[in-house]
Write a protein that binds this ligand. Structure first.
Ligand code: GLN
Length: 238
């Protein structure tokens, strides 16, 4: 780790932060501090340089225009990509998965280069995918079901270097079949909710990657209730 405090970069929350995606950074910080691991959130706003020294980078969702501004900014300030090259942990949500890929083609059919962090391409589908999602873990990557809320027009195709995060049971995810992507220590998903409050097992996986320590269990009845409620809403009781 870079310092004694685990630094969580909240990247461009003013552009990419639909559905309270900033909550993913809060969950990471809380789940570490509750276990005695010192952690802090570093806000990186549009127009500001992106430090390469953080331990975890969190990128949220946004509209096509916002994500185009974001990808330009991140190319001009390549701190996150440099951090990725040394194995920093990165979470990308929705627009995040699209801008991390090789390219994305927006709903207006204009194609933009992505950051090339994961082996994927995205293009606008014929309709928006909106609603609750339930997915099962791919390759035993995490425990339990993945739950979340999606709202996107983009569809994502993974290349051989990226593997899916999960297999879709309800909803669309990347393409109606698989959901999200994992490549090295970069984990991407289409799911809001935000995704980490609804899936603390993914938060703990990212914490383990960042600290090298498998975090012990945390008993949070409200989280268990929330997961059960949202799974029921999607028609798949946990
Ligand atoms: N603009 C992208 C799409 O519609 C991402 C949407 C999002 O991040 N919620 O596909």
């Amino acid at each position: 780790m870079s310092t004694s405090k685990v630094q969580i970069a909240l990247v461009l929350p003013d552009l990419l932060g639909t559905y309270g995606d900033f909550g993913n950074a809060v969950v990471l910080e809380k789940r570490m501090t509750w276990r005695g691991i010192s952690a802090e959130i570093v806000n990186i706003r549009f127009g500001e340089p992106v430090p390469e020294s953080c331990d975890i980078y969190v990128v949220g969702g946004g509209e096509d225009t916002a994500q185009t501004l974001a990808v330009r900014h991140l190319r001009e300030h390549p701190g996150m990509q440099r951090a990725a090259a040394r194995g920093a942990v990165i979470l990308g949500v929705c627009a995040g998965i699209q801008i991390f890929g090789e390219s994305f083609t927006r709903a207006d059919q204009v194609t933009h280069a992505g950051l090339g962090l994961i082996d994927s391409t995205s293009h606008a589908g014929g309709s928006r995918a909106i609603g609750e999602v339930i997915a099962t873990p791919a390759d035993g990557l995490f425990e339990g079901l993945l739950t979340g809320f999606e709202n996107h027009q983009g569809r994502t195709v993974l290349g051989p270097s990226a593997r899916p995060l999960a297999h879709v049971k309800v909803g669309t995810g990347n393409d109606g079949s698989v959901e999200g992507a994992v490549q090295g220590r970069i984990l991407c998903t289409y799911l809001h909710g935000p995704v980490l409050p609804r899936n603390p097992q993914i938060a703990d996986l990212l914490i383990e990657w960042a600290t090298g320590i498998k975090p012990g269990p945390l008993d949070l009845p409200d989280v268990t209730r929330l997961r059960a409620e949202r799974a029921k809403a999607a028609g798949v009781p946990l």
